[in-house]
Structure formats: C-alpha cells, structure tokens
Design a protein around this ligand. Structure first.
Ligand code: SF4
Length: 477
C-alpha cells in the first residue's frame, strides 16, 4: 500500500509572540520527524512541514498525519489533529508532551507514541498497513543500532541557518529534576548512543564543514565520544554542541573535542547556589569550579553559550545582577536565561503539584518566559522583571564590549564582540535574510566565520560559533 504521509512540526506558541525572533526558530530542521520518515517505504509520498519556517496548508487529504508535540505547540497540534481527523485522515502524535500527558493527547489522535519512536514507529507502520493499528505505542527496545539514515532529502535546507544539525546519542546520564529527559525515557534506558561508524557515516553525508550536535550531552559517554572524535580527525569540520561542567573538567575529552573542531559549547551553569543545585538534583554541578571550566574552554578556543535558570527557591532579588555580572566578567559569549518551568511529567512538576504551587495549566505559558508557579523569595512580578532585565542588560552594547575585553587574546575579544553583537543586535538583517529565503546562503559565511584563525600567542585553531543558541524547549545541562 502506497501512502501519502504528512509529517508536521506545529509552531511553538512563543514563536508567534511579539518577542519572536524569527532567526531563533529558523535554526534547526525537525530532525526527529526526518528520522521517523526513514522507516516509511521509498514508494510512499512524504511531506515534511515545519510551521516555524513555512505555512501549513490544511486543504489536502493525506492517508496519515504525524505530529510532533512540544508543550507550547500542544494546543496548535491538537487543532491541526482535530481538523484532519474530522475529514477522516488517520492522525498520530508523539513527542515530549504526548509522553508526559498521554491521556490529554489521545483525545486528539488515533494513535499516540510514548517515548522515543525508533522501535514503535516501524511497528505502527506494519500494523497500520494491515488495518490494525493500536491506540498507544510505547518504546520498549532502546537501541540506535541499525536505524536507517535520516531522510534529509525531506528537509528544506535553504530555510535553516543550521541545516547540518545532527544527533548521535539519545538522552543523558544525569537526572535534573526540571528536565524532560527522565519522563521521556521512563521505562527503559535513558542514555544510549549510535554505533560510532554510523555516526561518522552520517557526518560524512553532510555537506560543507559546519556541524551542530543537538545531543543533550555530547561528552556524556566517554568511550563513545573519544572514538567519535578520533574518527572525525582529518574531516576538517567545525562544530558546536552541549556538555556539562563536570565533563569539561574531567579527563581530556574536551581537548579531544577541540582538536576535532569543537568551537562552541552550550553549558548549563543554571545557578550558583548549592541549595538550588540540590533542590534540582543537579549533582553534576555541585562543588564544581565554574570559572575553571570557563578558563579551560577559553584556553581551547571554545566559545560558551551559558544557560541560567531563575526562580529556584534560593533565588533572591540579587540573583539577576549577580548572574549577568558573572557572565560578563567570565566572557560568556551568549547567555540563555530561563524562568524555572515545571514541565508535566518531571519530578519538579510532581513536587510543585504536591505543594499546591502550580498557578496555571495553560501550556502556552510553559515557555520559560512566564512564571507558572508560586515563588518563594521573589514575587512572580520580580522574577519576570528580573528575567527581562537580565537579557536586556547582558546584551547591552556596554556589556558586550566589557565581556569581549575580558578575553586575554585580542582576536578572541574581537570575535566575541562581533558574534554577540551579530546574534542579538541585527534583527532586521536576520529577518530580511529569512524573508528572502537566503538563510542557506549564510552557511558558507558561517563556515568562513568559523574557519581557522591563526593566533600568534595561541597556536591552537580558534574560531567561534556563538551566532547560534539552542532553542529553549527544555533545560539542558
Ligand atoms: S538538564 Fe541537561 S544534564 Fe540535566 S538531565 Fe537534562 S539533559 Fe541531562
């Protein structure tokens, strides 16, 4: 049976707010859906639609609609699902929010998927084709061995700044209580990797030099990461990724990553309060010297995108200034701030629910920009105002300049200034490039920016990639 399949990533609610920075939502293609598409038959007619970068047409009649649901696109997902189901199309939904709240999602879908889809989706397809699909599919077997290559041919590369996104692991070895990870992977392994050879082949298939590893923790599995970096030697890549503070400070994995082209890292500092770290079960940050991690990264020419959470119970009125000042003093190139958000399914949500601290179940507000729970030392208004102030302050020209000057090497200073400024201060230019569908043409420029810079005082290849920050769909690291 040849099928017409439509795979949809509906836009996140915040992507259409007045504060929407279109560039932030035009970074990464929907890799999860493209991965699932690889299980379809080559005869099937497949369309992959990402509402962040294109309009969704709803006047068609596919045989199967597949929707990926995050918390802040849940309502939109349900509307799209209801529309297709009313006209008789079979609709399936999966993703973080479906896994957290299967009962809610199942009211809008013919089948739902709980957890990762690599085992469940092919099983569903088999049963759907013979007319016997089940209502719920769960992931029992957790392995990436033998998964088919991602259908990158379905991705409209020209619409993304970072079409070469890649994921070579699933999950993370840690258990922070505000993170979706444990809820999503419940019932099985919550951290596993591709075969190194498969990961290297996938990298090999990507054109150009630039790579963005979207893994939650690229350095999380030492043996895997060591072999990966070994295999990447000589590939002449420049790449970005995410990792934890403890992995930066431990052993020499970060040096190996730098040797193979790692040029910027998303690092979850989150909070400076040991009490907050304990509250969040973020043990991997406890008693770690943040400054030492920063120095090590800078000495390797790796720029830093720091992630910080506001609103944990030990945070007071001073937390915003302290956090911004620390970022500037330590030459953090880009900062991502979040208001603490208890996502359904997480340990944090359960504990807030138990304490009767949740103030709304409007999922559109669970975007890390709104306060959705009863705070302790700060009022909700102070928390929101402090969050807004922190972004404004960190990205003021004065602080961009100050942060830049806190690098020791002049070339690093210049790069920091240009990249932090370029990322945050030229919105009309980014919007123009998106409107004229020119993002893909930016890739060679991005690669050129990331290319080798010989520094007399520091022989190590130094480039930067802080033009990009990860979307804040979940906290990481
Ligand atoms: S927040 Fe980061 S380090 Fe913590 S569990 Fe989630 S992915 Fe892992």
């Amino acid at each position: 049976m040849i099928m017409k399949v439509k795979m949809i990533l509906p836009a996140l609610a915040e992507a259409e707010s007045p504060f929407w920075r279109p560039i932030k939502y035009s970074l990464f293609p929907p890799l999860g859906l493209a991965t699932l598409a690889s299980y379809l038959s080559s005869d099937d007619e497949v369309e992959l639609v990402d509402q962040h970068v294109e309009k969704i047409k709803l006047d068609d009649s596919p045989d199967l609609v597949v929707i990926q649901v995050y918390i802040t696109n849940a309502y939109r997902s349900y509307q799209i699902a209801d529309h297709y189901r009313q006209q008789g199309t079979y609709v399936i939904m999966g993703g973080l929010h479906v896994t957290s709240l299967p009962d809610e999602a199942s009211q809008h879908a013919d089948s739902i998927f709980i957890g990762p889809g690599e085992e469940a989706f092919p099983q569903f397809l088999k049963e759907f084709r013979i007319g016997k699909p089940k209502k719920t599919y769960s992931s029992n077997v957790r392995t990436l061995t033998g998964i088919p290559p991602i259908r990158r041919d379905l991705i409209k590369r020209e619409r993304y700044l970072v079409p070469n996104s890649i994921v070579v692991t699933r999950g993370c070895p840690h258990h922070c209580d505000f993170c979706y990870k444990d809820a999503f992977f419940e019932g099985g392994k919550s951290f596993y990797t591709q075969e190194v050879d498969d990961a290297l082949s996938e990298i090999d298939r990507l054109p150009g030099r630039h790579l963005y590893f979207l893994d939650d923790h690229l350095l999380g599995h030492t043996r895997f990461a060591t072999s990966l970096f070994e295999g990447m030697k000589g590939m002449n890549r420049v790449c970005q990724g995410a990792a934890t503070i403890d992995s930066i400070l431990r052993g020499n994995l970060i040096e190996k990553a730098a040797e193979t082209g790692l040029r910027s890292l998303f690092v979850g500092f989150e909070t400076f309060s040991p009490q907050n770290l304990k509250q969040s079960n973020k043990k991997q940050n406890l008693k770690k010297n943040y400054e030492e991690a920063v120095k090590r990264l800078h000495s390797l020419g790796i720029m830093i995108n720091g992630s910080f959470v506001f609103g944990l119970d030990d945070d007071d009125q001073d937390v915003f200034k302290r956090t911004v000042d620390w970022g500037v003093a330590n030459a953090i190139t880009t900062s991502t701030y979040h208001i603490l958000t208890p996502y359904p399914g997480t340990a944090l949500y359960k504990s807030m629910e138990k304490q009767n601290r949740l103030t709304t179940n409007n999922w559109d507000l669970y975007d890390t920009r709104h306060v959705v729970y009863k705070t302790t030392k700060l009022t909700p208004e102070e928390l929101k105002a402090g969050y807004d102030w922190s972004y404004k302050e960190f990205y003021s020209w004065t602080n961009i300049l100050k942060g830049s000057l806190n690098h020791e090497v002049p070339k690093h200073q210049l790069k920091h200034f240009l990249y932090a400024g370029g990322w945050k201060k030229f919105e009309p230019l980014w919007n123009f490039i998106i409107k004229t569908k020119g993002l893909n043409q930016m890739l060679p420029l991005l690669e050129a920016i990331l290319s080798k810079v010989k520094d007399k005082t520091q022989p190590i290849e130094h480039v930067s990639n802080s033009l990009i920050s990860k979307p804040s769909i979940s906290y990481e690291h």
